[in-house]
Write a protein that binds this ligand. Structure first.
Ligand code: RB5
Length: 143
């Protein structure tokens, strides 16, 4: 399993914690930056992570900006990407179970580390339910 991670400056610190957590779980990580807290533009990082997933270089992706909002909007512009912005464990559960999210977005300034890592685990450990949700996911992918 390979997961691509990317953030802007607002998500840089949390990206480090998430990366360490993924490595501890035995998951390969592709870190697409940013590499410091110097101000950068989140669309660049959202799209680059989404393209890594869409082009098959990574199985899944995690993007982080200050709120998770801007970077999730950017990721969702890439065809084939279903990026769920998660602010709770329940949202992480449901975005896998119902949306089969192949990416999640987190807020580095809005979600504290322990909760963020629980969100990551819940998303990874939940299975897509399929059935009626498959039809809806197929509809999303055709948009
Ligand atoms: C950057 O200051 C901030 O706007 C960005 O990290 C993010 O929160 C955008 O949605």
């Amino acid at each position: 399993m390979k997961i691509a991670v990317a953030s802007d400056h607002g998500g840089y610190k949390l990206k480090g914690y998430v990366t360490e957590h993924l490595l501890n779980r035995g998951i390969d990580v592709i870190d697409l930056g940013t590499d410091s807290e110097e101000s950068v533009d989140y669309p660049v990082y959202g799209v680059s992570c989404a393209q890594a997933v869409a082009f098959g270089k990574a199985d899944l992706g995690i993007v982080i900006c200050g709120t998770g909002i801007g970077i999730s909007i950017a990721a969702n512009k890439v065809r084939g990407i279903r990026c769920g912005l998660c602010t709770s464990v329940e949202m992480a559960h449901l975005t896998k179970q119902h949306n089969n999210a192949n990416m999640i977005a987190l807020g580095g300034r809005t979600t504290e580390k322990d909760l963020a890592l629980k969100i990551v685990d819940e998303w990874l450990d939940t299975r897509f339910e399929g059935g009626r949700h498959q039809r809806r996911v197929d509809m999303l992918d055709r948009l």
